[in-house]
Design a protein around this ligand. Structure first.
Ligand SMILES: *Cc1c(COP(=O)(O)O)cnc(C)c1O
Length: 397
């Protein structure tokens, strides 16, 4: 009987609206890309997708997906261990492991599932998870599903991490340090080289979630372990096919052989959820092949990011230091971040303003995400719009 709860939910929704936190979805009628069309026919430049390498609508991935639909069908109607594993699933898993220089990979429907299913199979109440305070929601949920003791350290603060490792060492059998590779709101890279050192010192494994870093950081886009020259030294990497790697769907955990083997036996989002659709797998294989042929897209992304940030700093904007393709333009005021994003949209630039509780109080900002799909003229148009609106709103002089 849908009775009392209906009023309750309506009140909750009202509350969300009154707090100004109600999330409206803007409707796009074109494929994802640098230039997109909104439902009102307006064409805008997109600076808020995770389409870092511009692959979301890349002809090679579209073609590969279509060909795989023809060769391997639409769906698997099965979990992997019953009859949901095709040759291409194993091929993709091996390609991902090779890309990151690790032993083996297990695919999931999404990285949310990869993170949800990575801790509980390998750790128990005798063990400890030491997790960054800004880690992604899926890591937080994954940790909650596991009985291990929990320790939280301040974002990328290695002194605090060391203190927590010392504390955990008093009682824990096994320990794991867990971090996002790139944090999505500031664009800062976790100091994973230092974490690996601390891992050695305190006998702890290291897990890095490379959702915003894989394909983006490191000269050839192989993520934080390439950036810090520590390939193969991180024990577990989780990641997504939904951001730089094509923007479709799919998640993965890649790492030490025994860990992947145990996950295949015990990880609940893997055991009890459908196999990844063949078209996504086929496009994924094509994508990793592209990555090993050339670094053209990574080079373009790195050039675009450098160019945009230089221009914005020259214009006087307050930009958080970043080593990724995420650029936070600090405004500090929540209202201002919304007004500015709205005015930028009028200028044909689609960006999002973030404020509390997505970022700390008084830390409102506009987040710009650069892409290899952006041409120089797109970047210039964005910078000019920022300057125009920034002056109007007295954000810059
Ligand atoms: C986007 C993201 C995820 C979730 O990935 P999906 O494949 O979309 O489920 C997990 N972790 C981090 C850090 C992310 O940014």
């Amino acid at each position: 009987m849908y009775g009392k709860i209906k009023d309750h939910l309506r009140k909750e929704l009202e509350g969300i609206k009154e707090a100004g936190l109600f999330k409206e979805e803007r409707i796009i009628t074109s494929p994802q890309g640098a230039e997109i069309t909104l439902v009102d026919g307006k064409e805008v430049l997109n600076f808020c997708a995770n389409n870092y390498l511009g692959l979301s609508n890349h002809p090679r991935l579209v073609k590969a997906a279509k060909e795989t639909l023809d060769s391997h069908g639409f769906g698997m109607s099965s979990v992997r261990f019953i009859c949901g594993t095709q040759d291409i699933h194993r091929t993709l898993e091996k390609k991902i492991a090779a890309f990151f220089g690790l032993d083996d990979t297990i695919l999931y429907a999404a990285c949310f599932d990869a993170n949800g299913g990575v801790f509980e199979p390998i750790l128990t109440a005798e063990d400890a998870i030491i997790s960054d305070s800004l880690n992604h929601a899926s890591i937080i949920d994954g940790v909650r599903l596991c009985k291990a003791q929990r320790f939280r350290y301040e974002n990328s603060n290695m002194e605090d991490l060391e203190a927590k490792l010392k504390e955990a060492s008093q009682s824990a059998r096994f320990k794991i340090i867990v971090t996002d590779g790139v944090f999505s709101m500031d664009g800062n890279v976790a100091p994973v080289d230092k974490m690996v050192e601390l891992g050695k010192k305190y006998d702890a494994m290291v897990l890095v979630d490379e959702c915003h870093s894989a394909g983006v950081v490191g000269k050839t886009g192989r993520g934080v372990t390439e950036l810090f020259d520590i390939r193969g030294e991180v024990d577990i990497i989780t990641g997504t096919l939904g951001k730089a790697f094509g923007g479709g769907i799919g998640g993965f955990t890649t790492g030490r052989q025994e860990i992947i083997d145990i996950l295949r036996q015990r990880s609940r989002p893997y055991l009890f959820s459908n196999s990844l659709i063949p078209a996504a797998v086929g496009a994924g294989i094509e994508m990793f092949d592209m990555m090993s042929e050339t670094t053209e897209l990574q080079d373009k992304l790195h050039n675009n990011t450098g160019y945009f940030i230089d221009k914005m700093m020259d214009a006087g904007f307050d930009i958080k230091p970043t080593s990724s393709a995420i650029c936070a333009i600090m405004l500090y005021d929540a209202k201002l971040s919304q007004v500015m994003a709205e005015k930028l949209l009028d200028e044909g630039i689609y960006v999002i303003g973030f404020y509390y509780p997505v970022v700390p109080k008084g830390q409102a900002r506009i987040r710009v995400q650069l892409s290899a799909a952006h041409a120089r003229e797109h970047l210039d148009k964005a910078v000019n719009a920022f300057i125009k609106v920034g002056k109007e709103l007295e954000v810059i002089k």
